[in-house]
Ligand binder design. Structure first.
Ligand code: FE2
Ligand code: FE2
Length: 164
């Protein structure tokens, strides 16, 4: 469930719901415990909760940290959940499974319009080959950043280096 302080458009809410559905399916297929499944889903519901709170061009980079800070102020103490939310746009070398599953699902959820078949194929492989798919998703996401002419931030570089 979205936190009570969430500010999201209907479109955003639909994205978050698709991410949650994907993560839940993986959790079942991967036999994650109920407690671990709850951690993955908590990060999903938090990750874009403030994405539409402040329209500004820098939002893509600030909405993760904003939501993590707000969740922490609200009493969330699970480091894996907070780091998953904080770095979901960048990648983070210190992630546990929560950050990795969110990073995968945010990119592979079926509502995104590009590379639909390729992404569906990757999503289907996650339960059996999570780390291989994580590397491929990072490769695709980072290639897009480079192709767009944007700088790679140190967190993203360290994340990539932790995968190779
Ligand atoms: Fe986001
Ligand atoms: Fe997202």
């Amino acid at each position: 469930m979205l936190p009570p302080w969430a500010v999201v458009t209907e479109e955003r809410r639909a994205h978050i719901e698709r991410v949650a559905e994907l993560v839940l399916g993986w959790a079942v297929a991967m036999h994650a415990t109920p407690a671990e499944t709850a951690r993955w889903l908590k990060a999903v519901w938090l990750h874009d909760a403030l994405r539409d709170a402040r329209p500004s061009s820098s939002d893509e980079l600030v909405h993760g940290p904003l939501a993590a800070d707000r969740a922490a102020a609200d009493g969330e103490t699970d480091r894996g959940i907070l780091d998953a939310v904080r770095y979901h746009s960048l990648g983070y070398s210190g992630w546990d499974d929560v950050g990795k599953m969110l990073y995968l699902a945010d990119f592979l959820e079926p509502g995104r319009k590009f590379d639909r078949e390729i992404r569906a194929g990757l999503a289907a492989r996650v339960p059996a080959e999570r780390n291989a798919v994580l590397k491929e998703v990072a490769q695709r996401r980072i290639a897009w950043v480079v192709k767009s002419g944007y700088p790679l931030l140190p967190e993203t570089v360290a994340f990539w280096n932790s995968l190779v």
